[in-house]
Design a protein around this ligand. Structure first.
Ligand SMILES: *Cc1c(COP(=O)(O)O)cnc(C)c1O
Length: 578
């Protein structure tokens, strides 16, 4: 089951056949980024991949949904590293015509007083039972637009706040106009995946022709994804007045008051259901927004996308029907130990072959291998591990090796410094304790990494990890988590059973005065007392934990369960699985 085959199913005639019944689609899922496969580079990280995973599960379950996002001809960026360890950003080369179908429909939007034409590309994702789910990619790069307007949909998270505001108006307003033009007149729920698509409520109000905000709210639900301030867009009213047409600017003032436009406020005030992405994140969001009505639907991942071939074969043999019902992975306790180990070592060898090809470093498949890969945002603390290098060497020399990957946002210098620090350290201590940093973290590398390491490390500053999803990819491959108790891990963690925690339990402290160094000390201690001894001296226990990780974590932290929860709590649709 390879992701790469999905694109082959797309033909113009299918798209046309499909468009005959948009009337039946009741959920429209809007996201600034959607990541379906690595060759469609319209995502940057967790948010977009989650959107893709949710849409895949919706298709598998036969949920009448449709996805909307922007096209990004230049993608996010391709990461290269200089020999000195500096990140260089290169544009991504890709050809939309090879993967998507160009649609004839065209809508327009007025921005900065100019009328801009917006077209779209279509993609059909076919679920397990053949149920097709369309995703539309909005595009302003068409010849009737001016050169600068053509570039409005080029870059994901590029440009300044004017550029971002234009993109969000295109997503929310032009995106809804496009759906209407395609015949989607029966959508009951517009799902805002993060605040970026909040202008949908503006367009819904305009469509009504009068102000009935309760009516608008009835059609919108909002998922918030981060407690980190930079993740919440805010546009001052002078920027709004210079970009948005007068009627809409006036409408926005009436909706939000005169202070400016916070996309999170727009989401909170004009939705009938708001959720965070883990239990802890809901608590943090309620405090942060001063609003009690924040529910949670803890994230998941799309099981068949993130299970490596060896484990998929094993599940097919012993747990039939897991593919469209991953809750059955609870039966993993019955998997033969020898088969689990073989499947794991095969994934490990595949990863190590890749490491050798790309970096020239030959890692030893019998050495405990710890993985750490995610966006290199500073709050994720990729370098916590190196707080005390001497201690790390005492504990780990000859016994542990590390594989890192992750992109820093092009403007995030402190994050780029972290990458450089890791690469510098790999040169200094690599002979005793191998450390490799792999370039250009993307979905394809993530698939290989999350299956091939022995342990997955995560050390964010609490409580900033709203959920985190890479650790959920790991658990589908029997890879245990070794992480700070934040986000999803608070719900998935059972000490010595599904993995190990780092630092205090969430109930212990409010963490206002918390000394971050405590986390580093705990990390070294547990590595020394638990992780290393279990790996080398008690392989049976280790494999027993792998089984429990699959049974207790993968069976729950998957997007099939997530989509069912959205259906029950928020979509108001009757769940009709196959
Ligand atoms: C899964 C994934 C992420 C998100 O990882 P987190 O643990 O949520 O930070 C980011 N980038 C890529 C390429 C991924 O596959």
């Amino acid at each position: 089951m390879s992701m790469l085959t999905y694109g082959e199913n797309i033909t113009t005639s299918m798209m046309t056949t499909f468009e005959r019944n948009p009337i039946f689609r009741s959920v429209a899922y809007f996201s600034m980024e959607i990541g379906i496969s690595h060759d469609l580079p319209t995502y940057s990280g967790g948010l977009g991949i989650l959107a893709g995973d949710i849409l895949k599960s919706a298709a598998d379950l036969g949920i009448p949904a449709v996805g909307v996002t922007l096209l990004y001809r230049k993608g996010y960026f391709r990461q290269e590293l200089t020999p000195e360890g500096r990140q260089i950003e290169k544009p991504v080369e890709w050809e939309p015509d090879k993967l998507l179908v160009r649609l004839d429909n065209q809508v327009s939007i007025v921005l900065e007083g100019r009328t801009i034409l917006v077209k779209a590309w279509g993609y059909i994702y076919n679920g397990h039972s053949g149920y097709p789910l369309p995703i539309y990619f909005l595009d302003t790069d068409i010849k009737d637009n001016s050169p600068s307007d053509r570039s409005l949909t080029w870059e994901l998270y590029g440009g300044d706040s004017r550029y971002r505001l234009c993109q969000e108006m295109i997503l929310g307003v032009a995106g809804l106009r496009l759906l209407r033009d395609l015949g989607y007149n029966n959508v009951k729920t517009f799902h805002l995946n993060e605040g970026h698509a909040g202008f949908i409520s503006l367009e819904l109000t305009r469509e009504l022709g009068y102000e009935d905000f309760d009516k608008v709210r009835d059609e919108v639900i909002f998922t918030t994804h981060t407690p980190v301030a930079a993740g919440h867009d805010y546009f001052p009213f002078d920027l709004i007045s210079s970009v948005v047409d007068d009627q809409n600017a006036t409408r926005l003032r009436r909706m939000l008051g005169g202070g400016g436009v916070s996309m999170t406020d727009l989401g909170l005030k004009f939705s009938h259901y708001v959720n965070a992405v883990s239990k802890k994140h809901a608590e943090v969001s309620r405090k942060m927004f001063g609003c009690e009505n924040v529910d949670f639907v803890t994230n998941g991942v799309h099981s068949t996308t993130w299970t490596c071939p060896g484990f998929a074969r094993l599940y097919d043999k012993y747990i039939p029907a897991w593919r469209n019902d991953p809750s059955r992975l609870v039966q993993a306790l019955q998997l033969p130990e020898a088969d689990i180990w073989k499947a794991h070592q095969a994934a490990k060898m595949r990863l190590f072959a890749r490491v050798l090809e790309e970096t020239g470093v030959e890692l030893d498949p019998d050495v405990l291998t710890i993985g750490f890969a995610r966006r290199t945002a500073t709050y994720k603390r990729a370098d916590l591990l190196f707080s005390d290098v001497k201690r790390l060497l005492d504990v780990g020399s000859g016994r542990v090796q590390f594989i890192f990957a992750g992109k820093a946002h092009p403007h995030d210098e402190p994050a780029k410094d972290i990458i450089k620090r890791i690469i510098d350290l790999s040169k200094e201590i690599g002979s005793a304790l191998p450390i490799v940093f792999m370039e250009n973290y993307n979905m394809e590398l993530a698939q290989i990494l999350t299956a091939g390491v022995d342990i997955w490390l995560n050390t964010p500053i609490r409580p900033r990890e709203a959920s985190g999803t890479s650790g959920m990819k790991c658990v589908h491959n029997g890879v245990m988590n070794f992480s700070v108790l934040d986000g999803w891990w608070i719900e998935g963690w059972i000490e010595d059973v599904t993995g190990w925690s780092i630092g205090p339990e969430p109930s212990e402290v409010d963490l206002i005065e918390y000394d971050e160094m405590q986390d580093a000390l705990d990390l070294y201690n547990k590595l020394e007392d638990k992780v290393i001894p279990t790996y080398y001296n008690d392989r049976r226990k280790w494999i027993w934990m792998m089984k429990h990780t699959i049974a207790l974590n993968a069976s729950y932290f998957n997007t099939h369960r997530v989509v069912k929860e959205y259906c029950e709590k928020a979509y108001g649709t009757v769940f009709r699985g196959h």
